[in-house]
Design a protein around this ligand. Structure first.
Ligand SMILES: Cc1cc2nc3c(=O)[nH]c(=O)nc-3n(C[C@H](O)[C@H](O)[C@H](O)COP(=O)(O)OP(=O)(O)OC[C@H]3O[C@@H](n4cnc5c(N)ncnc54)[C@H](O)[C@@H]3O)c2cc1C
Length: 320
């Protein structure tokens, strides 16, 4: 048993960002785990998809041709197990996404491996792999070891691990697997795009977010206008969405959107509940405005002020 097997994720023929993040995570433990880093690409024309995952640190890309690009959890499970039984990796990495969650645990059961989901930290304790995940609704973090397990299957949280910056020179190998027993078991009915929105929190580099501190819906317009004037994407905490004031595309956090590419986060009247922090605490520069000096948002803020957010907004409106 050696090496790391990564399952690349694609949607409608496009490799998803999580794939490169899985590679970044694998590279961070490659030396200690030993063996090759292999990326498994499954799709109709997998050789095309292979280019997107040929990143620094990847030794081999295993391509599996399937009849369709549409995700089928049974086919992914079967392919990963057949490849896994053959190449015998020590670690299998899958995205903690809607797709990854549909087959990750099944693979672990079939391989008899250790398993952890929604992992956001990877490290080593001597020779032992340690995975960090949260528990009790994100209130505690726990570190898991997998002693006695020859294989460990992990689903990794998105927007958490840094993808390699450079291209790699992994060898592309077409692999044959027998999935004939699964043909026709599931059929793809329709792919539905998410409702159109001009907001994409995950791609925004500057976000101005408001929370319950703005008090009433009528106040929303002035903050939306301020966001527009300063060139920020308009974000919010969950109560704003739950009240029906903004659609969920604006919501930052665990049940909303992760601000994956944000450099500057301006939080107005947001307390900093763990579920909100989930979507933004990684951001390099966080400016928090909250009249409560004990508000948890200040634990992650780069700059903070306890000034009344309306007074600050008055001043900013004069400036912009
Ligand atoms: C399963 C689950 C998933 C969740 N997912 C999310 C999620 O994705 N995103 C999310 O945001 N939440 C989420 N939540 C809700 C979360 O737990 C909090 O309830 C929510 O984040 C609180 O929003 P808030 O900070 O706007 O409101 P509050 O916690 O009420 O904070 C408002 C803040 O405004 C400050 N304030 C008030 N007036 C002023 C003023 N005039 N000037 C300056 N500051 C002022 C107050 O001091 C207070 O700290 C989730 C909860 C659960 C259980």
């Amino acid at each position: 048993m050696a090496g790391i097997l990564i399952v690349a994720e694609q949607l409608d023929g496009t490799v998803q960002d999580i794939s490169a993040e899985l590679i970044g995570a694998a590279v961070s433990i490659k030396e200690q785990i030993g063996g090759p880093v292999q990326v498994l690409v499954i799709g109709q024309v997998p050789a095309d998809l292979a280019k997107a995952v040929n990143l620094e640190g990847v030794d081999e890309i295993l391509t599996i041709e399937t009849a369709s690009d549409h995700f089928d959890p049974l086919i992914y499970e079967e392919v990963v197990c057949q490849v896994g039984f053959g190449s015998k990796p020590s670690v299998v990495l899958i995205g903690h996404t809607a797709s990854g969650m549909a087959y990750g645990a099944a693979i672990a059961a079939r391989l008899g491996s250790g398993f952890a989901s929604d992992v956001f930290g990877l490290g080593m304790d001597g020779d032992e792999l340690i995975a960090t995940r949260s528990a009790y609704s994100n209130k505690v973090e726990m570190e898991l070891g997998f002693s006695g397990k020859a294989v460990v299957v992990l689903t990794l949280r998105g927007a958490t691990f840094t993808p390699p910056k450079e291209l790699g020179n992994g060898v592309v190998t077409a692999v044959e697997v027998d999935i004939s027993m699964l043909v026709g078991v599931l059929s793809h009915v329709e792919y539905q795009d998410a409702p159109p929105s001009d907001i994409d929190i995950s791609k925004a580099d500057f976000i101005l977010s408001v929370g319950r501190g703005i008090q009433v819906k009528d106040n929303l317009t002035r903050f939306a206008e301020l966001a527009d004037k300063v060139g920020a994407t308009f974000g919010c905490s969950r109560p704003i969405v739950d009240n029906g004031w903004l659609p969920v595309q604006h919501q930052v956090g665990q049940s909303g959107n992760v601000a994956s590419n944000c450099q500057l986060y301006f939080a107005l009247g947001i307390s900093g509940a763990v579920q909100h922090l989930f979507g933004m605490k990684h951001i390099d520069t966080i400016i928090a405005v909250n009249t409560d000096p004990e508000a948890p948002i200040f634990n992650v803020a780069t700059y903070g002020t306890t000034v009344d957010l309306f007074e600050l907004t008055d001043a900013l409106e004069q400036l912009f």
